[in-house]
Design a protein around this ligand. Structure first.
Ligand SMILES: [Zn+2]
Length: 467
């Protein structure tokens, strides 16, 4: 009896209420699904207390236990922060937080002398307030994550002063980009006529290309120190490898990631003939500031005494760094970078097209409390964030699956360069340095992991080694 009754009630609801309820229900469905997966994964952390036999050669029991506790803490943290943000989002929707903030923004921009017809001014105030709100509510979580969890497990290298300076800088830089880009986008949509979605898409395409171009030279250095990799064996070897696969390398940088945390990484960037490689100092055994603080541990022989100092020696040997780079350059050589750009631009075009189809529907605005006005910025928010959310979930899952395929292919590429053995040991070291936990629930990893689980990658490399 209950279900048909619900069905009748549903049919009687006005369409805008139905839209609103569907959005809310879908958001909770995704939340519950992910909470269910996280619970399964936490069970793995709780119950896998001994190194499984197939991992015996890869991880010692001390590191295994450390990573288990680290991942368990992270998972508990993300349970609470996830619950908080789901509740916050729901409350904002139920209490009409969006139209409220829109009206407040109108009053502020009105007081600043802008008439109500200056929708762009009101939109910018709205954006500023909304990002300020989320920065402020996110702050306690990020503080706790950095200074309690990362600190407890030995990763945090930041001071409170650095953290706040960094957060303020990040907020200001984001506004400097977000506000002008949004106002231009809103303007283009306003004057673009019937085919505005093509211009809007072209505009965002140009903006993203410009951002990619200037990011590394003008934005990233505001936050971190980049120094050219000093001349030497490693630099020569990198240049040789780049040359052997026609990678148009112009510069190799080391970034002082160790100022923030001891997690390690490497990446490349740049367009066409002007590519650069960036290595985290934490990746490089010989350059890591973390290793330099303890000169007595530098000779690499007495492993027992080193494990007792706070920052034990980490990072990879030169051959291993080269193997990691071989993998990264594999992403370039195999066209993964281009493929990702093409997919994301096709998706962005599709979204703008659907946006153009939907923006005239007044019910969509009414669903979120906008009965009289239909501001473009609010339309973008409603359609891209709420209406597209089922599509976004499916897309993000497909991209995760694709990313795992790309990772295997890049590993295989490194193997073709003759780096299977070094990549094998580098992966083990990086997993250890970053306290990755090598056991995972299969649905959890299928849904979330952009990289295949460590064991599968090692197995693939091993198979490759035997060929
Ligand atoms: Zn990769």
């Amino acid at each position: 009896m209950a279900l048909p009754l619900l069905g009748e009630l549903w049919d009687e609801l006005p369409v805008e209420k139905r839209i609103f309820c569907s959005v809310l229900l879908f958001s909770w469905a995704v939340y519950l699904w992910e909470a269910f997966l996280a619970r399964r994964q936490r069970k793995v952390y709780r119950t896998t207390t001994h190194v499984p036999w197939e991992l015996g050669q890869i991880m010692d029991s001390e590191t295994f236990e450390k990573s288990r506790l680290y991942q368990l803490d992270k998972s508990t943290f993300s349970f609470w922060s996830g619950l908080y943000s789901e509740l916050e989002g729901t409350l904002i929707l139920l209490c009409g937080g969006i139209p409220f903030l829109w009206n407040v923004s109108g009053q502020i921009s009105g007081r600043a002398g802008f008439e109500p017809e200056y929708e762009i001014a009101q939109s910018l105030v709205f954006l500023l307030l909304a990002t300020l709100f989320s920065a402020v509510t996110g702050l306690p979580w990020s503080l706790y994550n950095t200074f309690v969890i990362e600190e407890k497990h030995g990763f945090n290298q930041q001071t409170l002063g650095f953290f706040f300076k960094d957060a303020i800088k990040k907020f200001i830089v984001t506004q400097c980009i977000l506000l002008p880009v949004t106002s231009l986008l809103l303007y283009i949509i306003k004057i673009g006529g019937d085919y505005f979605f093509i211009y809007a898409w072209l505009f965002t395409l140009v903006v993203s290309l410009v951002l990619v171009t200037i990011y590394a030279d003008y934005i990233a250095p505001l936050f971190d120190k980049f120094i050219p990799l000093p001349e030497g064996e490693l630099k020569q070897a990198i240049e040789m490898m780049a040359k052997s696969i026609d990678f148009p390398l112009t510069k190799v940088y080391v970034v002082e990631g160790s100022k923030r945390s001891s997690h390690s990484n490497a990446y490349f960037y740049g367009f066409f003939k002007n590519k650069r490689i960036v290595l985290f100092d934490t990746l490089l055994e010989d350059y890591s500031a973390l290793n330099k603080e303890h000169p007595e541990g530098e000779d690499g022989e007495d492993d027992d005494t080193k494990s007792k100092v706070k920052n034990k020696k980490q990072g990879c040997k030169n051959e291993e760094v080269l193997a990691v780079l071989g993998h990264e350059l594999g992403h370039w050589k195999l066209g993964h970078t281009i493929k990702n750009i093409v997919i994301s631009q096709m998706n962005s075009f599709l979204c703008f097209f659907l946006f153009a189809v939907l923006i005239g529907q007044k019910e969509l605005f009414a669903a979120f409390g906008f009965y009289e006005t239909q501001p473009t910025l609010i339309g973008l928010m409603i359609i891209f964030q709420f209406i597209f959310s089922p599509y976004n979930e499916v897309l993000s899952f497909c991209l995760t699956v694709l990313s795992r395929r790309f990772e295997f292919q890049a590993d295989a590429f490194a193997k073709e360069l003759g780096k299977a053995k070094d990549l094998y040991s580098a992966l083990i070291k990086l997993n250890k340095d970053n306290l990755g936990f090598p056991v995972s629930d299969w649905i959890f990893s299928m849904w979330h992991y952009s990289h295949p689980p460590l064991l599968e990658r090692l197995q693939a490399l091993k198979d490759a080694k035997q060929d």
